[in-house]
Write a protein that binds this ligand. Structure first.
Ligand SMILES: [Cu+2]
Length: 316
């Protein structure tokens, strides 16, 4: 089973650190020892002092020593690494299930009661099992402070699990180069006291209130964060991968439909179509096929909330 000290960031920190410091320490001792020995030999067996070379026939004691000692050291390295890794494949039966979905270029986290969040929010001192799903390419979920990392491979069932032992916020990154905005693919692990987590978890109605406050369009913004739209679209006029949302609603757009340029107005119908079937037409100057269809992933109510948010981005 696993061991916890209750004072680290996660249950893997102490075993991981033991293995790491052991290997780093041995490497350092070898580096210093070998360098000093080498310098000593360079000096001692200098050609000026030793005009005639001597043939050495070998030394059985030395040969056995430099074979056996490294084997023992390497076996210790293996042992510490193995002890640290072993519990990672055995999640406790009572672990809480969360599904992490990775896509170009964002994460979202889905809970058993349907709640979704752009950050990984977990209760302290509770085993958490994260099921890893990718919608497009290979990503990797890495929580440095927890000493865990796992690739997320499309179409393959993978998971990771851990026990957050200390309240607070920790960085979470994608650690597998996955394209243009890879370096923006990050989120937070937020470890809450159990009672705070329970009230956050139970509050399924007001997703937006907890993450965005209650300004107009806040829910639409929260939905877009979860769906990963902001990885490709900015709200401040800058071009990322797709067009900006600033002043988009109601504007004139040139799109390419079946190879022909067409002028359209970005009204509700157009925006809905772009979200549900982006392959039907491409905005002029942008690559077609990068944006995946959100058909079946976004409800009509959520679409309306997204459009409500887009309307707040028109400068007067
Ligand atoms: Cu990625």
């Amino acid at each position: 089973m696993y061991s916890t000290t209750g004072t680290d960031a996660s249950n893997y920190v102490s075993t991981f650190n033991t293995a790491f410091y052991f290997i780093a320490g041995i490497s350092l001792i070898l580096l210093i020892g070998l360098t000093l020995t080498m310098l000593y030999f360079v000096f001692k067996y200098n050609k000026r002092k030793n005009k005639i070379a001597i043939q050495n026939e070998g030394n059985t004691f030395l040969e056995i020593t430099w074979t056996v000692v490294p084997i023992i050291l390497a076996l210790f390295m293996f042992y510490f690494g193995w002890e640290g890794w072993k519990p990672m494949s055995k999640p406790p039966a009572n672990a809480m299930n969360i599904t992490a979905t990775a896509r170009m270029w964002s994460f979202s986290f889905l809970y058993d009661n349907g709640k979704e969040s752009p950050d990984l929010i977990v209760p302290v001192n509770t085993p958490v099992k994260i099921n890893l799903v990718s919608l497009d390419v290979i990503h990797s979920l890495f929580i440095p402070a927890y000493r865990i990392k796992s690739d997320i491979v499309p179409g393959r069932v993978k998971f990771m699990w851990f026990i957050p032992e200390t309240e607070g916020n920790y960085d979470l990154y994608c650690a597998e180069y996955c394209g243009l905005r890879h370096s923006y693919m990050k989120a937070m692990v937020k470890v809450l006291p159990k009672d705070k987590f329970t009230s956050w978890y139970g509050d399924t109605a007001s997703l937006a209130k907890t993450t965005e406050g209650s300004v107009p369009g806040a829910e639409g913004l929260a939905i877009m964060k979860i769906q990963g739209c902001l990885a490709c679209h900015s709200s401040d006029g800058s071009k990322i991968v797709g067009p900006t949302y600033l002043n988009l609603f109601g504007s004139q757009q040139v799109v390419i439909r079946d190879g022909v340029e067409v002028k359209v107005t970005a009204d509700e119908a157009y925006i809905k179509q772009m979200i549900l079937d982006p392959a039907s037409q491409a905005v002029k100057g942008y690559p077609k096929g990068l944006m995946q269809s959100y058909k079946g992933k976004i409800t009509d109510t959520d679409l309306a909330k997204i459009i409500e948010y887009l309307k707040t981005l028109n400068e007067k």
